[in-house]
Design a protein around this ligand. Structure first.
Ligand code: CMC
Length: 427
């Protein structure tokens, strides 16, 4: 709380004094909680000016292009850390000692297998189901298998559920892929890194040894780090809202996956690759840029723009570097990368994009990397969900640790006023 106050003057000359809260970084926040008791609500569809909670996990300065996890800059984490260390940091608030990290990794690897009966659940889905549909379903279904970690009021239960989710996501994500291509599921290998194990479960088969390429393993690890958390985005807010009723953690994460799926959020990586494929050559770019600017055309440049970043997304910078590394390693020249770079160049010099501060976001380059690794675009958002699970859990745990109120927004009602009901049915 600060000494600052905001005074709201109402039409009848009454006024309400509201406290101003100050964080360690970022905008001050007007505490509007007193308004409800005065018969007033605030109106902010899309939450463009609303801080929905207090949090110590992630900070974003969208104007400066800064992203900090527990105070650590994302570029330093992406360069000097690994995904499981970032998970530890997000969940616990501090960087681990070696002993703490070893113990954390051991616990994560001990939970990588899923209940064998869940494999049968997969077979209930149509073979051509979108892997995100399967991910939503199977994640929610975990609650039916792990009854011993469902009591959200018991801290130990919350901790076990957190480990289970973090550990099992790669297993389930790889199973979604294997199911979609008709190959047998591959069991997790606990001697491999988190990213290495995921690649192994994706690409190994019972008939052939699969050796994980260290450059691709590192690239996958980076993709996971860059997607690990992002403050109060749509899916994280969904997880918090679902969790605020006391719902079990598996149901809450399933809700997060559902929210992530949309093309304006996590689905953008798949949509970006589709768009680049549609553009296909540098010559076609001006036509697509023209369409993106046309208010009568619903087309948008996928992988461009962000609600919070009004500067280059710091994750996109690292992603672009990784993209070059992966293509070099694989000796590939990808025409889509050429299209992406030229599109970025044209858009960044176009007044429409400059005025609206539209820059490439994290999803602009990730699809090209994943495609080069041999991963189909339908799996992109699944991988995003796998990476973001730790962020969702960190927020869900923070909410429980600090005590919560059920999320219950109000509305501006613009429907009918009360009227008489007269049925037109023949009874
Ligand atoms: N292409 C063309 N115009 C755009 C784009 C775009 N990608 N993004 C925003 N605009 C325009 C928009 O038409 C509007 O113009 P005007 O002021 O003339 O009406 C202005 O920029 C502001 O857009 P907005 O929709 O009000 O901004 P928002 O903060 O509500 O939306 C966004 C943010 C990410 C949904 C949007 O930029 C978008 O749809 N981008 C493409 C999808 C995408 O890449 N999403 C991934 C986001 S990063 C990963 C994640 O969070 O999951």
């Amino acid at each position: 709380m600060t000494d600052k106050k905001v005074t709201l003057t109402l039409q009848d000359d009454n006024s309400i004094e509201l406290d101003v809260m100050q964080g360690t970084l970022g905008q001050d926040v007007v505490d509007v909680r007193a308004l409800g008791s005065k018969g007033l609500f605030t109106f902010d569809p899309g939450f463009t000016s609303t801080a929905s909670c207090e949090s110590k996990i992630t900070f974003i300065d969208g104007d400066e292009g800064i992203l900090l996890h527990r105070g650590f800059p994302i570029d330093q984490l992406a360069t000097h850390s690994n995904y499981l260390e970032v998970c530890y940091i997000l969940l616990n608030g501090e960087a681990p000692t070696q002993a703490q990290f070893d113990e954390f990794c051991t616990t994560v690897t001990r939970h990588t297998m899923i209940h064998e009966q869940i494999t049968r659940l997969f077979h209930g889905f149509r073979r051509d189901s979108h892997p995100m549909a399967v991910m939503c379903g199977v994640t929610g279904a975990l609650a039916a298998f792990y009854h011993d970690s469902l009591d959200v009021n018991i801290e130990r239960h919350r901790e076990i559920a957190a480990f289970r989710l973090l550990s099992k996501m790669p297993t389930m994500a790889a199973m979604c892929y294997k199911y979609s291509i008709g190959q047998p599921f591959v069991y997790p290998r606990n001697d491999l890194s988190y990213a290495g194990n995921f690649l192994h479960m994706m690409f190994a088969t019972p008939c052939e040894e699969y050796k994980v390429n260290p450059v691709l393993e590192r690239a996958m690890d980076r993709i996971l780090i860059l997607h690990a958390d992002h403050e109060q985005n749509a899916s994280t807010s969904t997880v918090r809202t679902a969790g605020s009723s006391g719902a079990n953690p598996f149901a809450c994460i399933a809700a997060g996956i559902a929210s992530l799926w949309g093309p304006a959020h996590g689905g953008a990586n798949e949509a970006t690759l589709r768009m680049l494929e549609e553009i296909s050559t540098v010559e076609h770019i001006p036509e697509f840029v023209r369409r993106a600017k046309d208010k009568n055309d619903s087309f948008r440049l996928m992988g461009f723009g962000h609600r919070v970043y009004k500067n280059y997304d710091p994750r996109a910078t690292v992603m672009r570097e990784t993209c070059h590394e992966v293509l070099n390693e694989l000796g590939m020249k990808d025409d889509l990368l050429e299209v992406a770079m030229e599109l970025e160049h044209i858009a960044l010099n176009d007044p429409y994009f400059i005025e609206r501060k539209l820059y490439p976001n994290v999803d602009f380059y990730s699809g090209i990397i994943l495609k080069a690794m041999g991963i189909p675009s339908s799996m992109f958002t699944v991988i995003f969900a796998m990476a973001r699970t730790v962020g969702w859990i960190a927020h869900w745990k923070e909410m429980h640790d600090e005590g919560m109120k059920i999320a219950r927004p109000r509305q501006l009602y613009t429907g009918y006023t009360e009227r008489e009901f007269n049925s037109a049915l023949n009874k």
